[in-house]
Design a protein around this ligand. Structure first.
Ligand SMILES: [Zn+2]
Length: 391
């Protein structure tokens, strides 16, 4: 295999390898599924396998000249099609090379290098909103010539929904060649929005679904690479099976924990200045990137899930915030009548209201008051920052 850091979907991969080994690989595949699950990585692995000179029954060797060239995007038989900026393109007859200015070409090469190191890295060029019809015309021209060394030609179409968005002209242009491709040519389309792809494209491709990566696999991967167990568990739980997102969250884990500490402090405090800090932090996150606010709320839900679990079982087996056992023990004893399940619902409802554009300060204050009502007891001492930042 060319990428040792790709988490292989065994079911899909074995199916592809079996088809290849038995000479029954379809001429067009569509890998679809949510973002960050390795669709493009698997497409590159398959591209490498087809021309590998020392392939095993499980995949490419990863080290022959063809594999190396495929991995570094220098294989003339592996053609990459993806959304490009318009650049100096004036008409549909212009070469797609005109899409690149000197700076965007530099940007593109830099993105390819990052993709080479990390199969989950997205190649997104600035101002690239669609797959240009010019790219498809150039592709058709290339396909009319013979391949290098008479090897397999693999056409990777990334973000394939952009063939159809905003207009389907590139998709229409692709249809004919997709239907009757030249010999020894494989199309692999990848998309996280397959619903936006024309039915006529779908019907010419064999569809393969790539599901989210399980939280357990993500967690093990982080722990193996030396990430603190508690952080690894939390991030694995809140990243929704998206490897790319989980990597980003790990980089900012300390920051996330600090914000979580602020939020939890507000739940267990009657001090309005602490509430205001919590409102400010949440509002800033919402303005910057609402998904970050949602991740913070999901962390808070995990903490209350621990409180619920511990109050019911008095065991720390399944506790996620193991580094907060002292607090968890104290809180469950201080609020023996608390309805932890309702607390979780208050947090989830508030997240939904805010995501649907509810008035944030009011929603946060209502959430804090609702949670405090569900605690059914005197408000507890505030948390201390040192408890929440890893040493
Ligand atoms: Zn090889």
């Amino acid at each position: 295999m060319i990428n040792s850091n790709l988490l292989i979907n065994n079911k899909n991969w074995q199916r592809l390898v079996r088809s290849w080994n038995s000479g029954k690989l379809p001429h067009a595949l569509l890998f679809h599924g949510p973002e960050g699950v390795g669709k493009e990585g698997h497409a590159l692995e398959l591209a490498a396998l087809l021309n590998c000179i020392a392939a095993t029954e499980n995949g490419s060797c990863g080290s022959c000249p063809s594999c190396k060239k495929t991995k570094s995007f220098q294989n003339g038989n592996v053609k990459l099609i993806l959304p490009l900026p318009r650049g100096k393109i004036k008409s549909s007859d212009d070469s797609s090379e005109k899409a690149f200015s000197e700076s965007s070409l530099k940007e593109y090469l830099e993105l390819l290098k990052q993709k080479e190191a990390d199969p989950y890295f997205p190649i997104r060029l600035k101002g690239a909103n669609t797959i240009l019809i010019n790219s498809i015309r150039d592709l058709k021209h290339d396909l009319s010539l013979s391949s290098v060394n008479n090897e397999w030609r693999i056409i990777l179409i990334l973000q394939a929904e952009k063939l159809c968005i905003p207009s389907p002209e590139a998709a229409h242009s692709l249809l004919k060649v997709l239907e009757e491709p030249p010999e020894k040519t494989l199309f692999i389309l990848t998309s996280s929005q397959p619903g936006a792809i024309l039915d006529t494209i779908h019907s010419r491709c064999q569809n393969l679904y790539f599901p989210p990566i399980s939280a357990q696999i993500l967690q093990e991967r982080f722990i193996q690479s030396g990430v603190d167990t508690v952080q690894a568990t939390i991030i694995a739980q809140i990243s929704g099976g998206n490897v790319r997102l989980s990597q980003k969250l790990i980089e900012k884990a300390t920051d996330l924990m600090e914000k979580l500490f602020l939020l939890l402090n507000a739940f267990f405090s009657s001090d309005p200045s602490i509430w205001n800090k919590c409102i400010d932090t949440t509002a800033r996150l919402k303005t910057k990137d609402i998904s970050q606010m949602e991740q913070l709320f999901r962390c808070a839900v995990l903490f209350f899930r621990d409180l619920l679990y511990y109050s019911a079982t008095n065991s720390d087996n399944e506790i996620i915030f193991k580094n907060q056992m002292g607090k968890i023990d104290k809180l469950t004893k201080s609020y023996p009548e608390a309805d932890w399940h309702s607390c979780i619902q208050h947090i989830e409802n508030t997240q939904n209201y805010i995501s649907r554009n509810g008035y944030l300060p009011l929603q946060i204050i209502c959430m804090i008051l609702d949670i405090q009502k569900s605690l059914r007891g005197e408000i507890y001492e505030p948390f201390c920052l040192n408890d929440w930042t890893p040493v």
